[in-house]
Design a protein around this ligand. Structure first.
Ligand SMILES: C[S@@+](CC[C@H](N)C(=O)[O-])C[C@H]1O[C@@H](n2cnc3c(N)ncnc32)[C@H](O)[C@@H]1O
Length: 285
């Protein structure tokens, strides 16, 4: 099943300048700024988010960095919490579906020494390789997140996804594609490694998908959607406090309300000691 347009690819920060000249791009971006495609995005446009050709076309017309949902600086407290730096361990980080986002660069500037980013779009990967050719701590590779054969099993400490699972869920064969992606993410993570998923998808939509894919230990955080560069003085929920999460995610809705103005951050820890088939754990912090 493909996700319906009302859940389309979430809302974006107004702070991001619209850089592309393509009319369609601008239309889609303004729709996202307004809180997700509602009236003007057609199902065809929506489904295109799951197709490589769509992204190639888009990146061919887009210059400059563009971050979906949130910038690194807003999410840094949560990334630092679950992927601690400066503990004498060199963490290997994989950013999946990086696009032309400045997120990986933000991580490297923040002290992460090995940040590898992949995207299915050859156009954007070539641009990012050229842009960061002088940096040893940043690497960009063209790769499909559904087939990361080039990476060994259990070779990353963290996998970070901002908007990529969401894109796959917009396309055709969405459930199969999402399942393939999540299975590959699980495979490349080390035991106790974390998959950090930043998404517009509420627990009602994302929890079951995650729990069906593998035996993750899942925590939930939320961050306000921003409409300007100003930080909200009164966030709906403190970023670094996990939101209490019961098995079906209804606890989050009870606490935050229906359709809260937030992006959801799922912290999924790979735990090899949890055998598939056993009851999957959900944090109740
Ligand atoms: C919504 S954008 C998010 C970009 C970036 N992560 C950000 O936060 O700004 C989704 C990205 O996923 C990439 N993508 C889509 N399907 C993919 C796949 N199967 N494998 C790898 N990347 C994919 C697209 O090319 C696009 O760059």
């Amino acid at each position: 099943m493909t996700e319906r347009p009302t859940h389309a690819c979430g809302r974006k920060q107004k702070a991001n300048a619209i850089t592309g000249t393509d009319k369609t791009n601008r239309l889609l971006k303004s729709e996202m700024t307004l809180g997700g495609a509602t009236t003007t995005t057609t199902t065809t446009q929506q489904q295109a988010y799951g197709e490589p050709w769509y992204w190639d076309n888009r990146y061919a017309n887009e210059s400059g960095a563009f971050d979906w949902y949130q910038k690194y600086q807003s999410l840094a407290p949560i990334i630092n919490l679950y992927v601690p730096r400066h503990n004498h361990l060199r963490h290997r980080i994989l950013v999946v579906g990086c696009g032309n986002s400045a997120f990986s660069e933000g991580m490297a500037d923040d002290g992460y020494e090995e940040v590898l980013s992949i995207d299915i779009s050859s156009v954007v990967i070539q641009a990012m390789q050229e842009k960061h050719s002088n940096r040893q701590d940043l690497k960009y590779l063209e790769m499909d997140v559904r087939d990361m054969n080039a990476f060994q099993t259990a070779s990353f400490d963290a996998v970070i996804d901002k908007g990529t699972l969401d894109s796959l869920l917009c396309g055709s064969n969405s459930q199969q594609n999402a399942a393939r992606m999540l299975s590959e993410v699980w495979r490349v993570l080390k035991d106790k490694g974390v998959y950090i998923l930043v998404t517009y998808g509420a627990p009602l939509y994302r929890l079951r998908l995650l729990k069906e894919s593998s035996s993750w230990v899942i925590k939930l955080h939320v961050i306000d959607k921003l409409v300007s560069d100003d930080k909200s003085e009164h966030p709906i929920w403190e970023l670094t406090n996990p939101v209490p999460l019961n098995d079906d995610g209804s606890s989050a809705e009870e606490l935050l309300g229906n359709n809260p103005d937030v992006h959801f951050i799922y912290i999924c820890t790979k735990d090899n000691s949890l055998k598939p088939g056993l009851k999957r754990e959900v944090s109740v912090d």
